[in-house]
Design a protein around this ligand. Sequence first.
Ligand code: ACM
Length: 778
Amino acid sequence: MQTRTRRTSLSLLSFALALTLAPLAHAADAAPAEGPRALPGSLPLIPVPAHLERVDGAGYTVTSTTALRAQGDTARRVAGQFAHVLRRSGGPTLQLSSARGTDGVRFVLDGTLKTGAEGYQLRSDARGVTVQAATETGLFYGAATLSQLLTGGSNGALPALRIDDAPRFSWRGLMLDSARHFQSLDEIKQVLDAMAEQKLNTFHWHLTDDQGWRMEIKRYPKLTGVGSCRIPAGDGGRDPATGAPRPYCGFYTQDQIREVIAYAAARHIQVIPEIDVPGHATAAIAAYPELGTIDTPLQPLSEWGVFPNLFNTEESTFAFLENVLAEVVELFPAKYVHVGGDEAVKDQWEASARVQARMREVGATHEMDMQSHLIKRLEKYLEQHDRRLIGWDEILEGGLPPEATVMSWRGTEGGLKAASEGHDVVMSPVTDMYMDYLQTNSPNEPPGRPLSTPLGRVYGFEPVPATLARDKQQHILGLQANMFTEHTRSYARLQHNLFPRLAAVAETGWSPRERRDFADFLARLPSQLQRWQAMGIAYAQTPFEVEADIRDDRKAGTATLALRTPLGYDIHYSVDGSAVTAQSPRYTVPLQQPLPVGLQAATFFDGQALAKAASRFDVTAASLLRRTDEQLALCPGEGKLLLRLEDDGPADGERAIFNVNIFNPCWRWEGADVDGIAKLRVRAGQIPYYFQLAHDEPQRRFVAARSKHGEMDILNAQCDGSPLASVPLPATPGADGFITLEAALPRSLKGAQDLCVRFTGDTRPTMWVLDALTLVPR
Ligand code: ACM
């Protein structure tokens, strides 16, 4: 239904009352962050250099009058990039001088240095600072380090030091899904800038999927003509005035792709295209039905999940894929081409007599062998064109040519197996490296996939498995963060999801294992926040917010607030309405306050406020009676596919967001004090069930409706047995997209109770979702 706004205070998300009960906690969340603690001699650099040594003597301060010197086209080009990045990161504006000299800032390209392909040296003393390297790439990374040293609060002042630096891994990647949601060229360029600033060097571009084909292919114009538009589910896909379909469209022309590749190349980033086969292919099959396995016409999908639609196995389809790859290799200079291979459930191939005949023809005894046959075929094609095939770890199934590289996403086991067999591997496990997973338990998180993957978990990921034999470890090329965008409708959300977590990925990719230290990283991060601010990057606020556990002392007329913050930075607070500063009282123990409480709290490091706004907790006798979906627990024993989902409408503007377990939706208030409570009031919305989950689909559970439109049931802690109370549901929500229902509680119910709310009736095509639960006194 059309939903305009969820709560009146939604636009003030950072001020929303938060009684965080941590229903989404990941195992890694259980341990409190150790908090920031700088190691001796640490400087605010991310990633931390391999060798950094402070030396005796005075340092140097760079100002706008400092000479910037470089000789030769290459060094001058890097020096120019340095000046640009420095200015953009909040530093002074330097002019490139053509005069020789040994003072000021000097960039020196010297092929005789032993700095390797990407390494550099940086030296500073009272006379100036010199960056030198054997390669342009190394010099560029030296420039990135120097720019960081001069910004983020240092005001251009450098201590005397020596840095000798080079990366641990050659693949330091980010995958961006431009198929589910589309990003503009300017947005992609800003992401590339941010990657380069932290020495990330691989941009894996996910350009095709069930929901959209985003790359112009000259030979097959319908791929984008048909495949680049979908009609979003529900109200988002309809014109609010006329009800006419409102497609979501977008693709990149080959010229635009060239522009992105050139922009990335100038920042020493390779762009790896992904054309996903044989699954995630619905958009292509919608454009050219002869590529599909079934006769039913298809449209680019407006649902999320895993779908059965596979390319068929005809020779003509293989030729189509090779023709597509021909344009891909023409356009993309990178050594690797990604061919997907993930989540291709084989139901359609199993059911197709034609595919089964083709399997006999090629000698495949299992559908996996057929997939392997296709992958080998594409590998051969790519090899003939001087390229290497990379794919998700499913490409291991059915056998893989030795030259193929494996991207391990279903954990690290696939990567371990592949590396043990001699394949090169990039580690990007869903448990640690997926940026579409939530990063905190805050109600201000955008939609996404739990469990939460907090910064500390991302930082703690080690790409080389302990059990991998020493002589195979060189096969681990590196690691990659994956940013799938089903839930990422806006660039603001994309930035929220990437930053600050991408900084942790960058450090693991670059810095020696023994130099990584999370507490020290947290002490270096606040400077990076200042740089991102200068660069116009809207990093997530939620890791720097304050969360509160609010103990319900309403009978005593008080509330006790236990404060914490996800990363363990210092918390300062005020309860008198005054603005919170670093001089406000520092939080140490839970605060018991008479009602009403107006508490503001914020995180600080070295006097620097880390979030844009203080977190605010307005606790009243009434607010203690209310919980939002974020503050409620899941059904007992459930942890399966809880999602943080947004409403389908309105088509434009802000939408409500709901925490929901789509396999078994119910919401529980544990330990609700029901003494003196007459009834429960529930505010609920309704969203389309826009998922397909292939073989997991039978796990979807709901309780059959007992009346025409079903009912809202209030149950006990186990969410089973006969309901304590039940009220019928209307056919649809009200004009604002919500309903409010009231259910009387039995008078016999007393004391602390675990209450469960569920809605009966099929969750397809639409499902009711809880927005807030309120105890209403007698
Ligand atoms: C993936 O997440 N399906 C690679």
